[in-house]
Design a protein around this ligand. Structure first.
Ligand code: AKG
Length: 359
């Protein structure tokens, strides 16, 4: 693969990347740790579904925190006269944001752009049992990568349908040779109807980074053509595409090299989820120098306390936008800016422009 765009393997980078192999597995399991078979599956297939991992006591506070985020946005929009109702009579989790977004398209994007994670979600990210699982994948020195999302996939809502991609397409080249593991955690039963994920089974096996293009429809997402998946990643689109439904309480763990997409939500309720990422703490955060990762576990100090203050002091969506401040041709309204842009767009050929593509 070679090409004029910096995201391509252009000679300065190897064509095939070496993702770390499965680390030695513990003889005695820590709480929450998975059978070796499941970890093997993660490394061989590129993803693994884990059912019944979280208790309602762990997930319900996250749902309340997401409702609070929706309420904050509702109050803001209402005070500014952008919506005519606070929609307080709607179901606060499944429905309210839909009504708000219908009246003021972009309300859901304002929620997605929230980058300070509520404490309940931070508690999941640093959950002892979950970090024990992450240790099976990455080893004992673990950092939280700065790319995380709280996603409200609304019914029939273009901005939250994510096309085929390898997560590495959003990272800089420092991401390609390391493992950045994601836990995708739904707050409802995620299924075909409400827009769960699909994976290209073993699509990471060539170790290649495929050529992505930008941007998908009216969004800020990069995209990976099915033809390119077949040609560069040796994927058979007829046989290798897997629908990955995840019941509430479960998660799917996947790597930064596996191609995946999410389906449209054709149900009538919001498909809420979050995606959280971890990497080895001695590797760069790979996010274009815009934000560091946050140390969660280190062998050197078993009593390490997470420094959320420093991590939260850099808002990723804000620094992404700062980087394009001078080149965008609109004047954002403070508190209501629904533009999402970022340095990943510069790495790939722009084959479709829309208001988010300001490069
Ligand atoms: O949640 C979704 O709809 C897409 C998630 C995704 O593509 C990701 O986490 O990389």
């Amino acid at each position: 693969m070679s090409g004029p765009y910096p995201g391509h393997s252009d000679g300065a980078f190897p064509e095939v990347f070496n993702l770390p192999a499965m680390p030695p597995q513990p003889k005695e399991k820590k709480p929450g740790q998975l059978p070796e078979e499941a970890i093997k599956q993660f490394f061989e297939d590129g993803y693994v579904v884990v059912k019944n991992f979280f208790s309602p006591g762990e997930l319900e506070p996250c749902k309340r925190a997401l409702e609070k985020l929706v309420d904050d946005v509702a109050q803001r929009l209402y005070k500014a006269g952008k919506i005519s109702s606070l929609y307080e009579d709607c179901d606060p989790f499944h429905e309210r944001l839909q009504k708000m977004d219908k009246e003021w398209p972009g309300a859901a994007i304002l929620v997605i752009k929230t980058q300070v994670l509520p404490q309940a979600l931070k508690n999941i990210w640093t959950n002892e049992r979950l970090l024990n699982v992450v240790e099976q994948i990455l080893g004992p020195n673990i950092a939280g990568n700065c790319v995380f999302n709280m996603r409200s996939k609304l019914p029939q809502h273009e901005p939250t349908v994510v096309p085929w991609h390898q997560d590495n397409a959003y990272f800089d080249h420092d991401g390609y040779n390391q493992l950045i593991a994601t836990a995708w955690i739904p707050f409802v039963d995620a299924n075909e109807k409400n827009g769960c994920l699909q994976f290209a089974h073993r699509g990471q096996k060539t170790g290649r980074m495929a050529d992505h293009t930008c941007c998908w429809q009216g969004t800020w997402y990069v995209m990976l053509d099915e033809e390119e998946m077949e040609k560069s990643l040796d994927i058979d689109m007829e046989k290798d595409v897997r629908l990955v439904e995840v019941p509430y309480g479960g998660m799917v763990l996947f790597s930064n090299a596996i191609p995946h997409q999410s389906l449209p939500n054709v149900s009538d309720e919001i498909r809420w989820s979050m995606d959280l990422r971890w990497q080895s703490s001695n590797k760069p955060s790979a996010f274009h120098g815009l934000k560091d990762s946050v140390l969660f576990r280190t062998e050197k100090d078993p009593n390490h306390v997470v420094d959320w203050k420093s991590f939260d002091s850099v808002n990723r969506t804000e620094v992404q936008l700062k980087a394009v401040e001078d080149i965008r041709d609109d004047t954002p309204e403070e508190g209501f800016d629904t533009l999402i842009s970022g340095p990943w767009m510069k790495l790939w050929e722009i084959t479709n422009t829309n208001r988010h593509v300001v490069f």
